[in-house]
Design a protein around this ligand. Structure first.
Ligand SMILES: N[C@@H](CCC(=O)N[C@@H](CS)C(=O)NCC(=O)O)C(=O)O
Length: 233
């Protein structure tokens, strides 16, 4: 039985990590049996991050490497119908969403004061009250360092959010009214996109992209459709 090391989420967002959500969706699409193990101490993970997939003695860190493992050793073949051109487009959008748009939500939760209650009560909901502030402060510093190193953290909050909004405008323009990114069936780019949107939608506090989401109801519809097809919910 495969095991996915992940972090929990909320009722309408199965993991507060886009990448763990994506990995679980790919597992579900592969048809393999799996269990989840929630972890709090990431230093036990091979790259200090989640998700990590355990297959027997082998640990696979990184959602893309998990995808490759599921394609090689299990029945994940959702991209088989894509042309080489579509695969290239999917790769470019995926990298944009995972390496840039993603950071807007991280910023909103960890740095933007508007996300403070969400961090304490949702993300750290299971942590004893007296430990929350210390853990939140450590996480905040870690995120600040990562975002500064990436470069995006050197921009103003308005600019960080504007980059992400422009990214999603591009996604929506490309998708048009297709049910999924490339057509009537989900492919692997949808696992990233649904994970990103589910995490944005559950971040129901006062950050600019919440207002943006509310003006685009097709995004919540898309996540519901994805969850129904992939997780049967
Ligand atoms: N490229 C990785 C990214 C994984 C990632 O950044 N995970 C975040 C959670 S969303 C994490 O573990 N962050 C903890 C840290 O960086 O200390 C993947 O696709 O799995």
């Amino acid at each position: 039985m495969l095991k996915l090391y992940t972090i929990p989420g909320a009722a309408n967002c199965r993991s507060f990590s886009l990448f763990a959500y994506k990995a679980e969706a790919l597992l579900a699409l592969s048809g393999a049996d799996y269990t989840l193990e929630y972890i709090a101490d990431f230093s036990k993970m091979p790259r200090g991050k989640v998700p990590v997939l355990q297959d027997g003695e082998t640990l696979i860190a990184d959602s893309e490497l998990i995808k490759a493992h599921l394609e090689r050793h299990f029945s994940l073949d959702i991209d088989r119908t894509l042309t080489a051109e579509q695969q290239a487009v999917g790769r470019a959008f995926r990298v944009m969403l995972e390496e840039r748009s993603y950071w807007a939500n991280v910023y909103s939760r960890f740095i933007d004061p508007a996300g403070n209650d969400f961090l304490r009560n949702q993300m750290l909901g299971g942590v004893p009250e007296e430990m929350k502030d210390g853990i939140a402060a450590t996480m905040r510093e870690n995120v600040r360092t990562q975002m500064h190193g990436h470069g995006i953290g050197r921009h103003t909050p308005a600019q960080i959010y504007a980059f992400a909004q422009a990214d999603i405008d591009a996604v929506l323009a490309y998708m048009g009214d297709k049910p999924f990114f490339f057509g009537s069936e989900p492919t692997s780019i949808d696992a990233t996109l649904a994970g990103l949107f589910a995490n944005w939608l559950v971040s129901d506090f006062d950050w600019p992209l919440r207002d943006y989401l509310h003006t685009r109801p097709q995004i919540a519809d898309y996540v519901q459709r994805f969850e129904r097809v992939v997780f049967g919910q």
